[in-house]
Design a protein around this ligand. Sequence first.
Ligand SMILES: *[C@@H]1O[C@H](CO)[C@@H](O)[C@H](O)[C@H]1NC(C)=O
Ligand SMILES: *[C@@H]1O[C@H](CO)[C@@H](O)[C@H](O)[C@H]1NC(C)=O
Ligand SMILES: *[C@@H]1O[C@H](CO)[C@@H](O)[C@H](O)[C@H]1NC(C)=O
Ligand SMILES: *[C@@H]1O[C@H](CO)[C@@H](O)[C@H](O)[C@H]1NC(C)=O
Ligand SMILES: *[C@@H]1O[C@H](CO)[C@@H](O)[C@H](O)[C@H]1NC(C)=O
Ligand SMILES: *[C@@H]1O[C@H](CO)[C@@H](O)[C@H](O)[C@H]1NC(C)=O
Length: 479
Amino acid sequence: MKLFFSHYFPFPFLLLLFILTVPHIKAICHVDDENGLLAFKSGITQDPSGMLNTWKPGTDCCSWAGISCLFNNRVTSISLFGQLDKPNSSLSGTISPSLLKLQNLDGIYLQNLRNISGTFPDLLFGLPKLKFVYIENNKLSGQLPANIGKLTQLEALSLAGNRFTGPIPSSISELTQLIQLNLGKNFLTGRFPTGIKQLRNLTFLSSEKNTLSGTIPDIFTSFTNLRSLVLSRNAFSGHIPESISSLAPRLMYFELGHNGLLGKIPSFLGSFRALDTLDLSWNLFTGAVPKSFSNLTKIFNLDLSHNVLTDPFPQMNVKGIESLDLSYNKFHLKEIPKWVTSSPIIYSLKLAKCGIKISLDSWNPKETYFYDYFDLSDNEISGSPVGLLNRTVYLVEFKASGNKLRFDLEKLRIVKTLKQLDISRNMVYGKVPKAVTGLEKLNASYNHLCGQLPNTKFPASSFVGNDCLCGSPLPPCKL
Ligand SMILES: *[C@@H]1O[C@H](CO)[C@@H](O)[C@H](O)[C@H]1NC(C)=O
Ligand SMILES: *[C@@H]1O[C@H](CO)[C@@H](O)[C@H](O)[C@H]1NC(C)=O
Ligand SMILES: *[C@@H]1O[C@H](CO)[C@@H](O)[C@H](O)[C@H]1NC(C)=O
Ligand SMILES: *[C@@H]1O[C@H](CO)[C@@H](O)[C@H](O)[C@H]1NC(C)=O
Ligand SMILES: *[C@@H]1O[C@H](CO)[C@@H](O)[C@H](O)[C@H]1NC(C)=O
Ligand SMILES: *[C@@H]1O[C@H](CO)[C@@H](O)[C@H](O)[C@H]1NC(C)=O
């Protein structure tokens, strides 16, 4: 987003340099801008981290935090960012209509402030120079205005992560200068408007995590610049439309996960040479994965989990997969594919219920350093994960329930980063070591463990079904 912003910033670079390097030209910002911003501040009811502390009457508003001025000290952008990892860094209140006074505004960036509420800010209609609107991760609600298409000068519109309801207005098709459109993570309903095909300049289009329904319209031939298409987590049904094939030369990021899509995975997806991320998970796709997938040489992230896909899985020619999830289909892979084992950069491998029959003792992945996630549950994997886990550094999750693993749990190295360990329904023996107390989730049930349990917060169902485990939360040990 940032790269994109600076790239399209319509301002002569030399003039910018001049303003930045000649500080003694001290001018005070335009009185309308100052008044508009102070009115915005008075619409903010809580600012626990003091984001707006520098916004004081009588001082140059161009020097206030988050404010940029160009062109005769007129305010051109307002950028306030909350930090999602700091609960304190939020703003409560509403967007004052007085922002309308900032007639030279070109960008509004109100991101991750979490608690800005109210309806769609109609003042946007009165700002003729406005091109970039990112009002993300707040609490705006109500419907998107039917006349949203009047904002024809917009080049980027993101309202992601709010609480907007109702349909995507059909007038959105009039925003033909848009390069980015993000309506994701709201409560939008209805169909995906076919008029979106008019937005030929789009490089990024997302409506993920709404409740859009009906089929995905067959409108993609006009998008000659599209790099990212994210329609996951909706209620779309039907097949992947044929016109998606025209995105082949450029599309890098394609997500359709968590919908009700069905039919075969189209073979044309194999010609998407630039694709680095493909998510088709949690749909109803059937049949075999097309052979053409072997041509997806740049794919880093592939998630086909939770479908009804069948063998054979194509031999991929990818140099290094980063994350792979093929879990819960109808695969019988027998082995962990060689193109996975040889990846130098893999961090996430999820192959639950994939019909794998190897021994972990003889599985030698080229690189284990980056591994964060393993899910090998519900296969017929034997041997011991002790050596494998000994070679990981940043492991967060290891799940291998429902296999034939046989090892001494006390020998398993539990790295500090590990949060979840599920080795239930195997043949694990020995005692439960104290080191497990640092985990967030543990399941060691249905194994051959024995001895007194260390003091942990885990429920009894984490330990039941073993040979002779005792102590809380199981019955006390006999003396
Ligand atoms: C909130 O932020 C302010 C200013 O950064 C700080 O002084 C205060 O301790 C923080 N409060 C909490 C609960 O984090
Ligand atoms: C969010 O805003 C509402 C109303 O503006 C306020 O009552 C509430 O305390 C705020 N919540 C937080 C977490 O700041
Ligand atoms: C949109 O595309 C047209 C035609 O390629 C081009 O003239 C126009 O400058 C583009 N708009 C933006 C904002 O890049
Ligand atoms: C891979 O791409 C080449 C060149 O476009 C094509 O000839 C070949 O048939 C493709 N392979 C598969 C398995 O589709
Ligand atoms: C774990 O790794 C260390 C060196 O990093 C090595 O000394 C030790 O023998 C290994 N243990 C197992 C069980 O592989
Ligand atoms: C542990 O696994 C067993 C069997 O797979 C399951 O029934 C139980 O609910 C799980 N308990 C926890 C705490 O995950």
